[in-house]
Design a protein around this ligand. Structure first.
Ligand code: SF4
Length: 205
């Protein structure tokens, strides 16, 4: 683990998430919108949206129908719009318009699951949380650094084994690695910085 993350760090010392946001609230909304959608498609929709609705109060003022106009290019947009309105109302009524920093409070919001909560906890609040998406799940299992039958098992393995010094950025290194190098169909093993540490038996040549 030490060697693997040292390689990631050498290649990209300050990895950044690709979802555009301007505060904790817009990060939460962007992550919630990104379920089963690409970051690129979410950014396209939110770039204009967040100029006029970057707080729960402004989102509520915008209203569900106008929100839908902004996000209708994203999959499951009706359901997502409903959840964004509901969570905005709760944030406004119960949290003074702020995003709470506890996992339990985040996961109690409509449309916010464990993965979304982990992204917000890690990216905004700096908690060593590991959001396991399809990329992290694949990389964890292929490489052997965090094997697990389901997302929670991979998350637990990462929690238990990622060295403390790398926990702040491990989430982004793994996502970016899975998105651009250890891709699903044909991983780019010849250019992979952790090739010699990876346990995947079907490396490409
Ligand atoms: S060597 Fe190949 S399979 Fe292993 S992490 Fe790198 S890209 Fe993925």
């Amino acid at each position: 683990m030490q060697a693997v993350f040292a390689r990631f760090e050498a290649a990209e010392p300050e990895p950044k998430g690709e979802l555009e946001h301007v505060n904790a609230y817009t990060l939460l909304v962007a992550v919630a919108l990104s379920a089963q959608a690409t970051d690129v498609s979410v950014n396209k929709a939110t770039r204009e949206l967040f100029k006029i609705a970057d707080t729960p109060a402004r989102m509520l003022a915008l209203g569900e129908e106008r929100l839908i106009e902004h996000i209708k290019t994203i999959g499951l947009f009706r359901n997502k719009a409903r959840n964004v309105m509901k969570l905005s109302q709760i944030l406004q009524d119960q949290y003074g318009g702020e995003v709470p920093s506890s996992r339990a409070a985040l996961q109690s919001l409509p449309g916010v699951g464990r993965k979304t909560a982990n992204v917000v906890l890690q990216m905004w609040f700096g908690h060593p949380a590991h959001a396991v998406d399809t990329h992290v799940f694949r990389v964890g299992n292929r490489t052997g650094i965090a094997p697990g039958r389901d997302e929670l098992a991979v998350e637990r393995a990462l929690e238990d084994h990622v060295p403390v010094a790398f926990q702040q950025h491990s989430h982004h290194w793994l996502i970016l690695h899975g998105r651009y190098i250890c891709v699903a169909r044909k991983p780019k093993c010849p250019i992979c910085p952790i090739r010699d540490w990876c346990l995947y038996e079907e490396k490409t040549t």
